[in-house]
Write a protein that binds this ligand. Structure first.
Ligand SMILES: [Zn+2]
Length: 281
């Protein structure tokens, strides 16, 4: 069963067996995504992937109730001075997740899943630290698998994906922001918000190393706002990408519900590198 927790009263929520209620909490920034995509990309993706994952979960684990909360529209989204961009501190992300998850845990809920469509390592790690703190205090309750899902290869997480996606990733790598990946996802989720000139936007190629240099990144994307290859996007690829993401989230959550083999999803590959974690918490 799936339920939108905003539509229930407290008594209805209290009737759910705490061990059988899974609460999904999304968090994603309002962030510039080039000239061709809306600022809500990460927000829409987050909601869409959560809904997709729940559809899979209902099949595999129909004995649970899947509750959704509204996506929190905040993120560490350091994309410079573009109008429309809202960038907040890592500490705020940590606090919002820690306090919100703690409040849900206080209802007696044992499975709280935090999902974000925003892949910035500093954003992911702040969320993971909040979950880690909750889990230390409450016992294992909170789970944030996206930092690992976005970096499945580095984490050694094996996931089968359609050959066409693998092939595109090989041809158009480092498609970090509003490139073929996100443009395709949005062509499936909400094509009406994608500017039809997306296929005329230039390729902007940056390596992972370049991305670590904010000054260089800002200079390279100044005129456009994207990093990658938006012109190679299609709704067909988007359907495959969204399905793949929902399936990967489902797989991680299944493991968490069983409390078996989920640990490989708990930490972003950069978690232990000095400087990536918040220290004043
Ligand atoms: Zn994005």
């Amino acid at each position: 069963m799936i339920c939108d927790l905003l539509t229930l009263n407290w008594e209805e929520i209290s009737r759910q067996a705490p061990g059988k209620l899974v609460v999904f909490l999304g968090i994603a920034p309002v962030e510039e995504h080039g000239r061709h995509l809306p600022t809500g990309v990460d927000f829409y993706e987050t909601r869409y992937w959560i809904d997709g994952a729940i559809r899979f979960l209902e099949n595999e684990h129909p004995d649970y109730c899947y509750g959704t909360l509204p996506v929190i529209p905040l993120g560490f989204a350091d994309m410079g001075m573009f109008p429309g961009n809202i960038h907040v501190s890592r500490k705020l992300i940590f606090d919002v997740i820690y306090e919100t998850v703690k409040a849900v845990a206080n209802w007696g809920v044992k499975h709280i899943i935090v999902i974000s469509g925003h892949a910035d390592p500093l954003h992911s790690i702040a969320i993971e630290q909040a979950c880690e703190k909750i889990n230390t205090e409450n016992g294992i309750t909170a789970f944030a698998p996206m930092g690992s899902i976005f970096n499945a290869n580095q984490k050694g997480i094996v996931s089968e994906q359609p050959e066409e996606l693998t092939e595109n990733t090989r041809k158009y790598p480092n498609d970090f922001h509003a490139g073929w990946i996100e443009t395709s996802c949005m062509l499936e989720i909400a094509p009406e918000y994608v500017s039809p000139d997306y296929h005329t936007r230039p390729d902007i190629s940056l390596s992972g190393r370049d991305m670590m240099d904010p000054v260089r990144t800002a200079a390279l994307i100044r005129d456009e706002g994207h990093i990658g290859y938006p012109s190679r996007a299609s709704a067909k690829l988007g359907a495959m990408l969204n399905m793949d993401m929902s399936r990967q989230i489902k797989e991680a959550v299944c493991r968490f519900l069983d409390r078996k083999g989920y640990q490989c999803y708990e930490k972003h590959p950069l978690y232990d590198i000095p400087g990536f974690r918040i220290t004043d918490i």
